[in-house]
Every structure is written in structure tokens, then in C-alpha cells.
Design a binder for this molecule. Sequence first.
Ligand code: G
Ligand code: MN
Length: 389
Amino acid sequence: MAPSTLTLLALDNADLVRETLGDASVELLLREFQARVAAFARAADRVFEIAPDKYGVLLRDVVDEQQIELAGSKLKRLFDVPITLVDHDVRPDIRAAFVPPDGCGSDMDARLRIAESGLREARRSGNLFVIRHELTTELEQETLRRTREVEAGLVKGEFLLFFQPKVHAGFGTVLGAEGLMRWLHPTDGLLGPDTFLPFCNDAMTRRTLCWHAVKSAIAVCVQWPGGIGVAVNVPPSLVCDPELRAVVSDALTIFGLEPQRVTLEVTEEAMLQDPDAAMAALGALRRLGVRISIDDFGTGYSSLAYLRALELDELKIDRSFVTHLCTETRDRDIVRAIVDLGHTFSMRVVAEGVEDAETAAVLKDLGADVLQGYHFGRPMPAHRFRGVL
Ligand code: G
Ligand code: MN
């Protein structure tokens, strides 16, 4: 393969144009962006779309700085011309990063990451383009190393779902478990989500991890006595992912689990970006028969409109309101209000982060239905959870 310089081209004002001038204008802008990217490439170059406002171009036989500077001036010439949208002229806000073929060879993934960090630098410095040979900061290199380690760990089966009991507030009996992902790292031991989620920025990695959690939860739950349910966390970015519904539905069918034994925990953040899409997706999931829980309730910024529009099954009071419940009367007032709100909408109310008997007793008094926390059990491997049933 001929040596090529990777160009990553981003159009940064598509969202702004959408907000100020509307959908029709943004369509025109994106079409013109695509046309100019095509004009930038020569016949032998390869153009690929990453997103409507982000393209990659492999510049064949462009290898040294001088050639890249020339490509940069071609870019400037092409994008200096304003774009006419309906009745406005808009200057395309373009940034580019060039990654020459030296250093990282033909590993496209690595080159794209270098290019992404180059784009950030271009935005910071206000330059049209930057030339980047490698990741510059130690933090970037460490991030790349960890990201690769997570991806490899997923393939090697180092990610295991642990289970934390959810118990009946009145009787103390186990009603189910929340599945929580742990990384059984070959040298660092058992790691929690704080150590690996920051390195799952890549959409594919996040999906792999979440689908793995869904399948593991369902596979393990069928081995429990009937009536014991399982909950899985779904990150906000995946709530609207059409694959989620398919993964849940297929796993239920293959393992033969009753859908009502599965709860999907989503945070209010999921409603923030596109509330209509999120509500439609949650409605469709609920029609499969699974339950939907609002996790970390009370910390998000969302409105309560979704409570009116959707029938949901569970509210989980965020740990921050539970931790100081015994000493803080205002926390108690908030918990009481959330319990009332949940019950008004026929939802089961769960308190998480219960660490002692005193807090458990207060929560029971306040009317919480289900309790979860270190007081009842830490997240544990499947075989140990089986033992507490
Ligand atoms: O937001 P979410 O409910 O998904 O967070 C669950 C996380 O909280 C898990 O990583 C789990 O280890 C942690 N956790 C569970 N119970 C407790 C508890 O009683 N106290 C504290 N501090 N953390 C807990
Ligand atoms: Mn949760």
C-alpha cells in the first residue's frame, strides 16, 4: 500500500447552524461540506465518512511536511469561500489534522486517535490545521494504552458481572440483584467502573461492554429461583441504540427468561439529549416486558415530563441523599418527597448506598420499598450471590 497521510476534517458549526437557521440550512451546509471535501481529495485519494460533519481523507503519496503544508493551503482556499444557505451566507468552521504515515504505520485506529487529539489542538490554538505525528502528552499516551487494554480485556473475557442484592425494606428478603461490571485485571486485580469507564469512550467499546452485561445478567438470572430479578445499567448514550432492544430480546428468548425479571437502569441524563427519542426507546423496551428504572434519581437535570409521558417501574434514590440520612433532616425531606412521587406514579422506590442498619430503618419508615447497599451486601460474583438466595 502506498504511504498516505491521514487528514481528519471536522465541520464545527453544524449544530450552531441547526439551532439558528434550522434543519434545511444544516442539510445544505453538510452537503456543501461533503462536496468541498470531495474537491479537496485527488483521484487516487480515499475519502471516508466518519459522521456527516467529519470526514477522513487518505492523501496518497503525501509524506513530508512540505507536501502537507501544500495540502493545508489547498484546504484553506477551498473553505475560505462562504456557503450560501437559503438567505444567509455562512463561513464553514473547519478544523483539520494531518497525520503523516511515519510513527504509527498503518494502524488506522491509532492514527484516528492521533488525528482527534490534533483536532482538539487546532480548536484550542485557532489554527485551520495541525500536523501531528504522535500523541504528544503523557496523559494521551496513557489514555491510549488503557483504552487498548480495555478492548483486549473485553476480548479475553476479563470483564465479569458482579451482583449486589436488592432487598425488601420490610422483610429483608432478597428480591433481586443489580449487575455491576468488574474488570478482573491480570495484574491490577479487581477494578470498578471508575477505572475503566473513562477509557470506554469509543462507541463500539461501550456497546460491547453493555451488551456483555445484558447477556450475562440474563444468563445468570435464569439460574435463580423464580421471582428473583436482575437489573442492568444502560449508559445514556446507548438508550436509543436500536441494537439494545435486539440484544435484550434475543437474550430473553435464548435463555428463556421471563422479561419482567429484567430491569434496565437508566439515568435521567438519558432523557437530556433527545427526550422524545429516549422516551420512544424506553417505551419500546418496556413493550418487550422488561422493567425500566430511573437510576441516581434526583441528581440529573431532566424535567419530570417523562413521568407523565411514560409508565416506569422503579425510581432509585441517589446515594447522595441516603448517605447522611440519619443526621440531615433535609435529606430525609427529599427522600420522603421522592418516595411519595414514586408511589404516586405506582413505581417501586429503591434506596441505594445503604451502609448501616440505622439508615435502613429510617428508609423503611419513610416508605422506601427496596434497599440496596453495603449493609446488605457488596457486589459479589455470581456463585456467591447464588449462596445468599
Ligand atoms: O449509580 P449506580 O447505582 O449504578 O452505582 C452503583 C455503584 O455504587 C457500584 O459501583 C457499587 O460498587 C457502589 N455501591 C453499591 N453500594 C454502595 C454503598 O452502600 N456505599 C457506597 N459508597 N457505594 C456503593
Ligand atoms: Mn445502577
